[in-house]
Design a binder for this molecule. Structure first.
Ligand code: NDP
Ligand code: 2IT
Length: 444
């Protein structure tokens, strides 16, 4: 049996109860086969595939906190430290009731290759909790964050593991976590990224994932003789990534006609009113029904539906497996040219294959949404230098990183005769750097 299949089958047997993790492994392992075949003896002898699909460690812990009624609450906390082959563990923290070990393992595994693609010295990790921030008071959020860090602080550090935000974790949560880390350790250092601008945060970090997504989308279109000008774009999600993807898409001349949350979606034929969206989501933390109330010419529909809308470009920016085969068929039938993933693994394996087979240009999340972690890397650099760069300086570096990611993926596609299979290009490109570091460092 070939090495890739053998390793995947073993994982599938051992982790049958971790579907998201297996999905991520399947995608990566199948697509790196040309590179594995070219180095078969070396990789087999060093158990490269077995080692890279096994995290360095998983830390799990109880997070007790007290709600506003004085009642004790308990959640599970996790940190998956996947690989520090090329730098300290780096990756976000997710607070969402769906969080479990399978989801955090898929995210930590993906993060390792994503961080490698940025060209910055960052290893991969991910963490979070099944705590649901929705409807909680500021005091409850603070109580949870302090309890979470009371345990996690033992395992993180500016040269060890540097967490950041993800779903449910933004500036407010990072602030509470940073304050408590400092309180316990007395150490003012770059242990978290996504910090506020008055205490070590970087300009552009808030915008970075969404902006980066559009920089790479723009580069993709340019290299195929097109541009974003006058393109109709659908976006799912209405959080950090979606909002700044919307902002940059509009700045580059596209019209964004949708956003969504976990209850439903907005279709705004005149183009999303970004100021209104920010006010509702960033200030009031309210639902999208409020958008429709304030803008009666838009339409609100319950449930899924964003990818059934007619568009030129689709940017899934909410969560994993939100774009399925039915959506992919609708996108192709509606003439969609490109899908770039703002979220992590938002497209199912079948949907990805369908889009690629029907010549829809497809950039996977580990490349397309790498701008967030790349700018976290730039925040780490500024913290080490004890300097703050201007908005334009950081934005320019972000843009160059995204363009380089695209160029490197394209070069990998050429090297291995992969055509426009940017999934394989991104996986092989991210994988090769990590593996070369592993080989140089011996069995550890
Ligand atoms: P936010 O918490 O800011 O926003 C998440 C958005 O997605 C919300 O609109 C939320 O709706 C929606 N959503 C979340 N879970 C579900 C679900 N199960 N079903 C339907 N809708 C859902 O998170 P981010 O914008 O930061 O993250 C979005 C995606 O981007 C995630 O996949 C994340 O891993 C990825 N990402 C984030 C980066 C970052 O820097 N923040 C960097 C790279 C990737 P609701 O409010 O109703 O829950
Ligand atoms: O998925 C991701 O890349 C993130 N949530 C950002 C991680 C980071 O460390 O900035």
């Amino acid at each position: 049996m070939n090495y890739v299949t053998e390793v995947y089958n073993n994982l599938a047997e051992k982790y049958a109860y971790e579907p998201e993790f297996l999905q991520a492994c399947k995608e990566v392992l199948e697509s790196i086969k040309p590179c594995v075949d070219a180095n078969l003896d070396l990789y087999r002898k060093n158990k490269i595939l077995e080692r890279i699909t096994t995290p360095d460690r998983i830390i799990t812990f109880r997070v007790p906190w007290v709600n506003d009624n004085g009642e004790a609450m308990v959640n599970m906390g996790y940190r998956v430290q996947w690989s520090n082959a090329i730098g300290p563990y780096k990756g976000g923290l997710r607070l969402h009731p769906s969080v479990n070990q399978s989801i955090l393992k898929f995210l930590g595994f993906e993060q390792t290759f994503k961080n490698s693609l940025t060209g910055l010295p960052m290893g991969g990790g991910k963490g979070g909790s099944d705590f649901d921030p929705k409807g909680k008071s500021d005091r409850e959020i603070m109580a949870f964050c302090q309890s979470f860090i009371t345990e996690l602080y033992k395992y993180i550090g500016p040269n060890e593991d540097v967490p950041a935000g993800d779903i449910g974790v933004g500036a407010r949560e990072i602030g509470y976590m940073y304050g408590w880390y400092k309180k316990i350790t007395g150490d003012f250092s770059g242990v978290l990224t996504g910090k506020g601008l008055t205490y070590g945060g970087s300009l552009v970090r808030t915008e970075a994932t969404g902006y980066g997504l559009l920089y790479i989308c723009d580069e993709l279109l340019k290299s195929h003789g097109m541009s974003l000008k006058d393109k109709v774009v659908v976006i799912s999600g209405a959080g950090n990534v979606a909002i700044y993807a919307c902002e940059k898409a509009m700045a580059l001349g596209a019209k964004v006609v949708s956003v969504s949350d976990s209850n439903g979606y907005i279709y705004d034929k005149d183009g999303i009113d970004l100021k209104l969206l920010k006010e509702i989501k960033e200030v009031r933390r309210a639902r999208l029904t409020e958008y429709q109330k304030a803008r009666p010419t838009s339409v609100y529909k319950e449930g899924k539906g964003v990818f059934k809308l007619k568009c030129d470009i689709a940017l899934p920016c909410a969560t994993q497996n939100e774009l399925d085969l039915d959506d992919a068929i609708a996108l192709v039938n509606n003439g969609c040219i490109a899908v770039c993933e703002g979220a992590n693994m938002p497209t199912t394996l079948e949907a990805t294959k369908y889009l690629q087979q029907h010549n829809v240009l497809f950039i996977p999340g580990k490349a397309a949404n790498a701008g967030g972690v790349a700018t976290s890397g730039l925040e780490m650099s500024q913290n080490s230098l004890r300097l703050s760069w201007t908005f334009n300086e950081v934005d320019e570096k972000l843009k160059n990183i995204m363009i380089n990611i695209y160029k490197n993926i394209e070069a990998t596609c050429k090297k291995y005769n992969l055509g426009n299979d940017y999934v394989a290009g991104a996986n092989i490109c991210g994988f090769e750097k990590v593996v070369n570091a592993m080989l140089a460092q011996g069995v550890c």
